[in-house]
Design a protein around this ligand. Sequence first.
Ligand code: TEU
Ligand code: CA
Length: 538
Amino acid sequence: MLPWWKERVFYQIYPRSFKDSNGDGIGDLKGIISKLDYLKELGIGAVWLCPIYDSPNADMGYDIRDYEKIMSEFGDMDDFDILLEEMHKRDIKLIMDLVVNHSSDEHRWFIESRKSKDNPYRDYYIWADGKNDKEPNNWSSFFTPSAWSYCKETGQWYLHLFAEKQPGLNWENPNLREEIYAMINRWFDKGVDGFRMDVITLISKNTELPDGKGEGYVFSPEYFALQPKMHEYLRELRNKCFRGRDCMCVGEATFANETNANTLVGDGNELDLIFQFDLMDIDGGSSKWDLREFDLLKFKSTIEKWQKTLDWNTLFWGNHDQPRVVSRFGSTESEELRNRSAKCLAIAMYLLRGTPFIYQGEELGMTNYLFENVGQLRDIESINLLKQNDRNKDWAWKGIKAKGRDNARTPMQWNNSNNAGFTNGNPWIEVNPNYVLINAEDEEKDSNSILNFYKKIIKLRNSNDVLINGEFNLLWPDHKQLFAYERIYENKKYTIICNISNKNTNLPEKISGNVVLSNFDVLEEFIPFGAAVYVNDD
Ligand code: TEU
Ligand code: CA
């Protein structure tokens, strides 16, 4: 019997932008409840819900002020209880996004911790003395030049691997860990089905706090990612919270690679699944902002590497941190190409071996937004990039337009009425004006829509022995246009062929079997972004 999280297709909801029910322009829990039938009809079996906890939203909820209070803009705990009940009524599981590498600086623990060096909560966070009136070391953070901020009340610095308002929790402290475990178990007792653990590979740091190699501020994950005690903490988390429950824990495994990934999921004593980011980094250079062209051969070798590295992968083209996949790896040159490339990418990804995670709006073929000025941005990562590159604004803006996280955070496009039916108020972030063309209501009525194609792919995969259990075999690894692979289980084989290019191409060999799904009238020649699924059970 497979665990439920291997048999279901997941859908990631970014609640702030999903559906607003009370006209304040901000998505909320009641809005999600109103769209559960839409998810059921899509074929979704589980939801990853981005953080809904009380937060000042310095980083849109990834800065938690109270782990057991619902963010007031999203509703209250009664709304949550109804949401969970309505999900379970529809046999949709719920995993919560949990951020325990850091909290908000407005969390009561931090308010206490910063009061004095002998405060009982002092060691819930990572404090250190400066060196020669400067930071304790030269680490930079994901969002700020230095990973340290000074606290004059106590004359020490505190570590934050993200924004100043996201102080790092000190997992070395068993009291902190016990509080985290107790909180997780109280959420389990409410009936949630698991957690997506934010940047969980960063929870252990090198306590010597050594300088990174280089001049100035240096990004130094070799001292704060996948450190030795991380496994100890993950095993303790498994034993204190997950063991014995019919639940799932997926870790955002920032900096995991093929040499260490199995230490996180291999023996079942730590995480069940990981999100690794090799594919998300494929069009970046020294940073995500150094844009690179999509390289299909690199894509194919990356996919094959991970299909061979892990017995069970997470399968995703994006999330709330990534740009919209059809704009990034597909084509928006024409409506025909947007339609066909979105379908091609879905076939390419979601018939691989692993658990699919579809990001809200991806099933509609939603695109990046054409941001033009900083007033349209909401994401601290992009806003800080502009601040830190004042003399290099063109470079920064090029990166933000291509990969800024706000691209994925514009409101869900439900219909072609005002604000795409997301809100009848003033949306917290601009709605993409192409909602008049791209929206769920119109796509539901269009048999050729991306939405209806996603329904077909999910239906094909759901409860399909071969596509769930089958082994993966890459075909034609050196072909410069075709991404093709087989899924084989017992005597049945599916062959998946995708022309991820903007040129026609012929198949290198004849494929046996019948076409069960395709995004074009399959002939010998595959048109740009043409994709087809063949099955043969000889
Ligand atoms: O993201 C961690 C992370 O590495 C991101 O900074 C990501 O690599 C980057 O944004 C890509 O552009 C998690 C959450 O998914 C993200 O939303 C939070 O901002 C971050 O942690 C801090 O909690
Ligand atoms: Ca609202």
